[in-house]
Design a protein around this ligand. Structure first.
Ligand SMILES: O=C(O)CCC(=O)C(=O)O
Ligand SMILES: [Fe+2]
Length: 328
């Protein structure tokens, strides 16, 4: 994967800002994902994020189940145990591929949204089980929201779309945020292809900011060689891996393609061997347009030579359409 981009240059000279915005756009378009450093979220904050994530999943099953995700898809909040959600049901959705491959994801997750969300409440374990967890996660979400707006403004400039328009579209912070834990597993259990860590998929939102530990196994499809998945390793867990989601693909009428990704064997493990794949933690923040916003492509991307590919649908309708498939 290409070099890690220094996001602090967005606050540098106008030339530096333009150069890093352009590099970001180019990397996302060609490689599918970009790595970011000096993004403004402090090392301490990210280390605390991983500490709290580890502590949450270390709670007993009974305690985690006190914050359980409803059996249906909405609201997408709370704890999902290993086997509750299966991403393979949406693999290939925006590529128009047939659905229905059944691959089990061996992962557990906690889904959260904004504390300010007036439609959907978060679901927490009792404060005494994990003191400070709720306050930390609510605060971290707000930090991610500020960074999201900065990244979207930079992408808007590089795409030559008014950055105010991009900002307005995301003003309500109706995003989602998830902690993920992949338990240790014998490699032989993943060998026959009926189970994986997380199956191939695209995210639904505009952009996703992902943090991962050093275990490895995340792969993103190269946008210039579709079908080729490349390993993405973070030099440090404070790095952010940025990728494009389906909503930006729609808004840009396919100028930007959502990046397919998955988590599988770490590069160090031999496929089908009896080696134990170590547990893995990651955290994903999914930036999404406001629920009532239209995902109809921006005007500049619809031309006689690039006719409109998408229907007018609100971000909320689209989100629910996609997410319903996950729990069906
Ligand atoms: O665990 C990861 O690195 C990826 C997680 C992911 O792709 C997702 O939750 O959408
Ligand atoms: Fe994802």
């Amino acid at each position: 994967m290409s070099e890690t981009l220094d996001l602090s240059l967005l606050k540098g000279t106008p030339e530096q800002r333009e150069a890093v915005s352009t590099a970001l756009l180019k990397t996302l378009k060609t490689r599918g994902g970009a790595k970011l450093k000096n993004h403004g979220l402090s090392d301490d904050l990210v280390h605390n994020l991983f500490d709290y994530t580890r502590k949450f999943f270390a709670l007993s099953h009974e305690d985690k189940m006190t914050a359980k995700h409803p059996p249906e898809s909405t609201p997408n909040r709370g704890y999902s145990y290993v086997g509750q959600e299966s991403i393979s049901s949406i693999s290939g959705y925006e590529k128009g591929l047939s659905q229905g491959k059944s691959i089990r994801d061996i992962k557990e997750t906690l889904d959260m949204g904004s504390a300010r969300d007036d439609l959907v409440d978060n679901i927490w374990v009792e404060e005494s089980k994990l003191p400070g967890f709720r306050k930390f996660m609510e605060g971290f979400y707000e930090e991610c929201f500020k960074l999201e707006l900065e990244i979207l403004a930079a992408l808007a400039e590089a795409l030559d779309v008014p950055s105010e328009q991009m900002k307005t579209l995301h003003s309500r912070a109706e995003n989602e945020f998830r902690l993920l834990h992949y338990p240790p597993i014998n490699a032989s259990e993943l060998a026959d292809g009926t189970a994986t860590r997380i199956a191939e998929h695209t995210d639904f939102g505009t952009i996703t900011m992902l943090f991962q530990d050093s275990v490895g196994g995340l792969q993103v499809e190269d946008q210039q060689q579709l079908g080729t998945f490349r390993n993405i390793e973070s030099a440090d867990k404070t790095e952010i891996i940025l990728n494009i989601g389906d909503s930006l693909q729609r808004l840009t009428n396919d100028t930007f393609r959502a990046a397919c990704h998955r988590v599988t064997y770490p590069p160090s493990i031999k496929v089908g061997s009896d080696q134990i794949i170590p547990e893995r933690y990651s955290i994903a923040y999914f930036a999404k347009p406001n629920r009532t916003a239209s995902l109809f492509p921006f005007k500049k991307f619809v031309t006689p030579s690039t006719p409109c590919k998408y229907d007018d649908i609100t971000a909320w309708e689209y989100n629910n359409l996609r997410i319903a498939k996950l729990f069906s």
